[in-house]
Design a protein around this ligand. Structure first.
Ligand SMILES: C[S@@+](CC[C@H](N)C(=O)[O-])C[C@H]1O[C@@H](n2cnc3c(N)ncnc32)[C@H](O)[C@@H]1O
Length: 425
């Protein structure tokens, strides 16, 4: 069966899905699966059913979405979020709780990570509230149940699992104290009346959804998110979406690996680069071993390293330290949406230091962000050749394979990543 454009158009209109981003086979499979489950004779009969049944419309959406997520995905962004939360609470001086939005939240790992990070930082429960939305009612139900399997714990270390979860028959159950902080509901990001009864949020996370939209939808969604974000608020997006945000005029905060932006017409000064609140306890603990070390001044160091000062101004660095500095600079450039410069940084690093899993991983991420998934796959594979348990490369490659419909291969990679997690646990 080749994909029927009626279903492609339906999914685009309903949830913004751009078939090119997930691959035709994903939509084909979902339609085929729903035709069978709904006992329709063929696509025409199923199409008629779809027009008359809101339940079936939701079922088709559920069949096509990509719910890939895990706790403390992009760990550095949670450090940034915690710092910004502390600063905002200081300026609110108890006048109201901090308001945070996680959209889409999938099975809840992202909003619960926010709650755990803030509680860990000593921010008392009444001082903040997280609203979490997703278009999938099935995922929202699972988020509310808050029982998670191994795949939800992919980073290291997993100290938070010891502190906030208890082992149950089918996984790990999250403590009530964290669950209480998050309010879930179904919601479609394309709905112009979404959260219309709510005041705008201080911090908004909208990660790994825009990549599934075409450019026009991305633009209108980012404009819609502006309504939900306070003028002095911050929006966090996914790494593959950073160049898009820059292109659409959002201003990066320039905090490496955080992918945090402001809307342009804000009058509030950007937050200081240095931490002004006490650091959260897991600041260091959440860096996955595979991730390059980052620094807030990565970009400046890149300039130092490549000749903006006389070579004699600095003592020579050991090669591994030089590579780490270059990786920091690459991360910083990528965060700011400077993809070409970040790519050049990777190429320079490879030329100067030889094959590097981190450099290949970054080239993968940059190709991914630049809309070249095939090239990205090649780089992720190179990273994995050098470092077979590179978690981020495994999970990004798995996401690309899901997008192209190769679920079996994606599952194998996810199992491999989970094995690495087990080893570290
Ligand atoms: C890859 S997950 C991202 C989860 C989380 N933000 C993260 O980055 O780990 C994408 C989620 O987007 C949801 N989604 C897709 N279209 C949506 C829409 N139009 N409105 C709200 N959620 C949507 C899907 O149900 C899925 O759970």
């Amino acid at each position: 069966m080749s994909v029927d454009t009626r279903f492609v158009d339906f999914l685009k209109a309903r949830i913004g899905l751009d078939v090119g981003s997930v691959g035709v086979s994903v939509v084909e499979r979902a339609v085929r699966q729903r035709i069978t489950s709904a006992c329709a004779v063929d696509a025409d009969e199923y199409w008629v059913l779809l027009q008359h049944s809101s339940q079936e419309r939701q079922a088709l959406i559920e069949a096509v979405i990509v719910p890939e997520t895990w706790f403390f995905r992009y760990p550095e962004s949670f450090d940034t979020l915690t710092r910004l939360a502390g600063e905002r609470l200081a300026s609110l001086a108890g006048s109201r709780p901090l308001r945070i939005l996680s959209l889409p939240c999938a099975t809840g790992e992202e909003p619960y990570s926010i709650a755990m990070a803030l509680l860990d930082a000593g921010i008392a429960a009444p001082l903040f509230r997280v609203d979490a939305l997703d278009v999938s009612s099935r995922l929202i139900e699972r988020a509310q149940q808050a029982v998670y399997g191994k795949n939800s714990f992919r980073g290291a270390p997993l100290d938070f699992r010891e502190r906030y979860f208890s082992v149950v028959a089918d996984g790990y159950a999250l403590d009530e104290a964290v669950r209480q902080q998050v309010r879930f509901q179904c919601g479609n990001l394309l709905d112009p009346a979404l959260l219309a009864d709510q005041p705008p949020y201080d911090l908004v996370l909208c990660r790994n959804l825009l990549i599934y939209f075409d450019q026009a939808t991305q633009e209108s969604v980012l404009a819609g998110l502006k309504r939900l974000t306070r003028e002095d608020g911050v929006i966090f997006i996914g790494p593959a979406e950073a160049s898009l945000a820059s292109r659409l005029g959002l201003q990066p905060l320039g905090i490496p690996q955080s992918f945090a932006f402001r809307y342009p017409d804000q009058t509030a000064p950007a937050p200081p680069a240095e931490r002004t609140t006490r650091p959260p306890p897991r600041k260091v603990l959440h860096l996955p071993p595979a991730a390059p070390a980052r620094s807030a001044d990565g970009r400046a160091r890149l300039a130092v390293n490549h000749g903006s000062r006389p070579a004699t101004a600095q003592p020579p660095m050991p090669p591994e330290e030089g590579a780490a500095v270059q990786l920091q600079a690459i991360a910083s450039l990528a965060d700011q949406g400077c993809l070409a410069e970040a790519r050049q940084g990777c190429e320079r690093l490879l030329a100067e230091h030889g094959p590097s899993a981190e450099a290949f991983y970054w080239l993968g991420l940059l190709s991914d962000a630049g809309g070249k998934p095939d090239t990205a796959q090649g780089f992720y594979r190179k990273a994995l050749y050098l470092q077979p348990q590179h978690r981020e490369a495994l999970s990004h490659l798995a996401a690309l394979l899901v997008a192209q419909g190769d679920l079996a291969a994606a599952r194998r990679l996810q199992a491999r990543a989970a094995k690495g997690v087990d080893k570290d646990a």
